[in-house]
Design a protein around this ligand. Structure first.
Ligand code: C5P
Length: 218
């Protein structure tokens, strides 16, 4: 198969990263988790005691971000020479990431890097604006959705696996608030690209979703 790029977008906790990782492995492609890049900038913003007054032009000038691939651990995010991957799922980062990701300098900085990564093709990239803004010419675009109940349940199971207790109602509220913010920001809001295929994963297993997508790609 000639080299292609696949864009996977959708709301929070719709299973994008799990599916993107599996697809990349089955198709011998490279998986790029763009949410982790926005999370890494958010981690830095919090370390720097960021606030609504933060000058994001200055902030991105002080940041370097690289993605590294570890055979066992998968994608690692290197921020100013430090591997910050293990901090990116912390609540504080999750609760501030939509605000940081809505800032124009942050988006310009990351979109440019993401486009460079995908230049040679062979990339499965997941995020919110991949099909609309980052890779408008991607060979395949999917928009993954699932009910908020199911997304919260999946996030709770993920958290349990990482030893974190979480309340399902709180998770639902957090997911809804993040989607609301991501869908209503001024710059490249979360939305389905016109030519994307919608995949509703509610009630489907990981294997079923993967097979469904492979049905289009292979
Ligand atoms: O996918 P993940 O939940 O890690 O994304 C975290 C946040 O990063 C999203 O809620 C969104 O605010 C932002 N994001 C974005 N554009 C992307 C990927 C993520 O704005 N391409």
């Amino acid at each position: 198969m000639s080299k292609i790029n696949i864009a996977l977008d959708g709301p929070a906790a719709a299973g994008k990263s799990t599916i993107a990782k599996l697809l990349a492995s089955k198709l011998s492609m490279i998986y790029v988790d763009t949410g982790a890049m926005y999370r890494a900038i958010t981690y830095y913003y919090l370390q720097e005691n960021g606030s609504t007054e933060t000058n994001f032009y200055d902030l991105v000038n002080r940041v370097s971000i690289h993605l590294k691939y570890d055979k066992e651990k998968g994608q690692r995010v290197i921020l100013n020479d430090q591997d910050v991957t293990d901090y990116l799922r912390e609540n504080d980062v999750t609760n501030h990431v939509s605000f940081v990701a809505s800032q124009e300098p942050v988006r310009t900085f990351l979109v440019e890097r993401q486009q460079l990564m995908a230049k040679e093709k062979g990339i499965v990239m997941d995020g919110r604006d991949i099909g609309t803004t980052v890779l408008p010419d991607a060979d395949f675009k999917f928009y993954m959705i699932a009910s908020v109940e199911e997304r919260a349940k999946r996030r709770q199971i993920d958290n349990e696996a990482r030893g974190i207790e979480s309340n399902i109602e709180t998770l639902k509220d957090e997911i809804k608030a993040r989607d609301e913010f991501d869908m209503n920001r001024d710059i490249s809001p979360l939305k389905k690209a016109e030519d994307a295929i919608t995949i509703d994963t509610t009630g489907l297993s990981i294997e079923e979703v993967t097979q469904k997508i492979l049905g289009y790609v292979v």
